[in-house]
Design a protein around this ligand. Structure first.
Ligand code: DAH
Length: 338
């Protein structure tokens, strides 16, 4: 029996020294010194010894156990220190690296939108927010675009079922505003609009800013005056504005508005596609039908309205070639705007 103990102790020492981790060492401990480990099993054989031999063997077993325990403890400490050192090394953070502080800033679209709103507020316009999920009535019908009217094809609309749709134009806000306010009124409504359009120059989500002025005696001259100021403020003092006849169901007459190209000052370049002019918005005198629908007497009041893409204005101001850049949120792009 003594020999067996010695053999087990030898095996145990070999396995202790081979153990490469605290977990492995624990498994060795269970195998040899555990409740049903090899040494405990061996002790069961004591029963078969002569009574006088039992205390002698007991002493040997206890001493062996104690010496193995000491070795487990020593190896355990060594492994623990090694594992701790490895863990600390792998989690090391070099706090001496200085990446500079990165401050947040407004998205170019938000910044331009804010400037636009500031400009119109400084001219006495009220700011209104309309719902992005609109009814057919506000987006089309009240704006003189009845169901099945071909003018609906001008805007590829996302219909949501029932009478609901994602608004395709902020013009819907005009109607809501006129329902709630009596003239004289001056309002702008900036916001997100949606169209089923997706190519190099169109994004299914983009932003518009709508303007509306209704009072006694409002004419095309008032529209021209405001837009002249607007163009000078955003595109430079020498900027000229021109009107071209156009068609919108909610204005009569309607115009398309161009500004002289700030890049080439009218000579013709890549930005203005050689024409010297850049189209920026649609506008006109509010259709009498629309005023009447909104409870305003068209014999007493007249008004003008305009609507433009905020994205387009941002692209012109910053020389951004592609509308998609505004929506990809690539940090390398966004960091260029301070
Ligand atoms: N809602 C038009 C569009 O999305 C733009 C527009 C044109 C708005 C003429 C107006 C306007 O208020 O009078 O194409």
């Amino acid at each position: 029996m003594e020999e067996q103990i010695e053999r087990l102790a030898r095996e145990c020492r070999e396995e202790i020294s081979a153990a490469g981790s605290e977990n492995a060492l624990y498994a060795v401990r269970v195998k040899f010194l555990g409740k049903s480990g090899l040494i405990s099993e061996l002790m069961k054989g004591m029963r078969n010894l002569a009574p006088e031999q039992r205390p002698v063997m007991g002493k040997i077993v206890n001493e062996t156990r104690a010496s193995l325990e000491a070795e487990f403890a020593a190896k355990g400490k060594q492994l623990h220190e090694k594992e701790l050192a490895e863990k600390l090394a792998s989690e090391k953070i070099d706090i001496t690296i200085n990446e500079g502080s990165r401050t947040g800033r407004l998205h170019p679209l938000s910044a331009v939108r804010q400037r636009l709103v500031d400009f119109f507020v400084s001219m006495g316009f009220d700011v209104m927010d309309g719902p992005e999920v609109e009814t057919d009535y506000y987006n089309f019908e009240a704006l003189n675009v009845p169901k099945d009217h071909p003018a609906r094809d001008m805007q590829d609309t996302f219909f949501l079922g029932g009478n609901l749709l994602l608004r395709s134009q902020t013009s819907a806000s005009q109607v809501r505003y006129m329902e709630e306010h009596k003239p004289p009124l001056k309002m702008i409504s900036p916001g997100r609009v949606f169209r089923n359009d997706d190519d190099a120059t169109h994004s299914p989500v983009f932003h518009q800013l709508e303007g509306l002025v209704v009072d006694r005696g409002i004419t095309m001259c008032d529209l021209k005056g405001i837009l002249d100021e607007f163009a000078k403020h955003f595109f430079g003092k020498d900027t000229k504005v021109r009107f071209r006849p156009s068609y919108f169901p909610f204005t009569e007459p309607s115009v398309e508005v161009d500004v002289s190209c700030a890049m080439c000052h009218g000579k013709g370049c890549k930005i203005c596609k050689g024409t010297g002019w850049i189209e920026i918005l649609g506008a006109g005198i509010v259709n009498r039908k629309v005023l009447r629908t909104c409870g305003i007497d068209p014999d007493e009041y007249t008004g003008f309205a305009f609507g433009f893409g905020i994205d387009r204005i941002a692209n012109i101001i910053h020389g951004i070639p592609h509308i998609k850049l505004l929506y990809e949120n690539d940090i390398r792009f966004l960091e260029q705007f301070r």
